[in-house]
Design a protein around this ligand. Structure first.
Ligand SMILES: [Fe+2]
Length: 183
């Protein structure tokens, strides 16, 4: 019997084991995604981090799966809650699972016809993201939002053709407001 290559540490939560890769996204790389992007924010701040295990597979390879956890910090740019860049999949029909591990957030799903849904993400919530659906996480809580993900090795990330018609702003303590936008 062989030991599993990786395991989930549910307390932190994080992945443990060998060959876990990480990527960080700083505010400077996507400040223009936010409505108030002309002020003096700390551009070097890491807004979210993804740790993942690729099982030695390459992106674009057929039939495999990747597993990861996204960690999205709490906070706002102006009054707009921190969010991930959001994306579509290059391989358009591939779906993905997300599941809440810790924290409190929203999953914005935007379908091909332009309609959208906001699903509440919390510990234990499970979210299926169909193919051809733009998806983005938003942290509306006061602690780090950690979300598990499993996606196809064929998916890829398309940050150009995705579309997000709403923004989520802080509206007093513990409340949020969804505002429609064109950019
Ligand atoms: Fe995805």
């Amino acid at each position: 019997m062989t030991k599993a290559l990786i395991r989930l540490n549910e307390k932190i939560p994080c992945l443990e084991g060998k060959a876990i890769k990480t990527s960080q996204t700083k505010l400077e790389s996507y400040l223009d995604y936010y409505q108030e992007n002309n002020q003096n924010f700390d551009l070097s701040k890491v807004i979210y981090e993804v740790e993942y295990h690729d099982n030695g597979l390459q992106e674009g390879q057929k039939g495999g799966l990747f597993l990861g956890i996204s960690h999205l910090m709490p906070g706002t740019v102006g009054e707009e809650f921190y969010m991930t860049k959001g994306h579509l999949h290059h391989k358009k029909d591939t779906g993905e699972y997300y599941w809440g591990l810790k924290g409190c957030g929203l999953l914005l799903l935007v379908y091909e016809d332009g309609t959208y849904e906001l699903e509440k993400v919390s510990t234990g919530s499970i979210h299926y993201i169909p193919g051809r659906t733009s998806h983005r996480l938003i942290n509306i809580g006061t602690e780090k939002l950690s979300v598990g993900a499993c996606w196809s090795t064929e998916s890829g990330h398309d940050y150009v053709n995705c579309h997000f018609p709403v923004r989520v702003f802080k509206k007093g303590e513990g409340k949020f407001e969804v505002i429609h936008c064109t950019t």
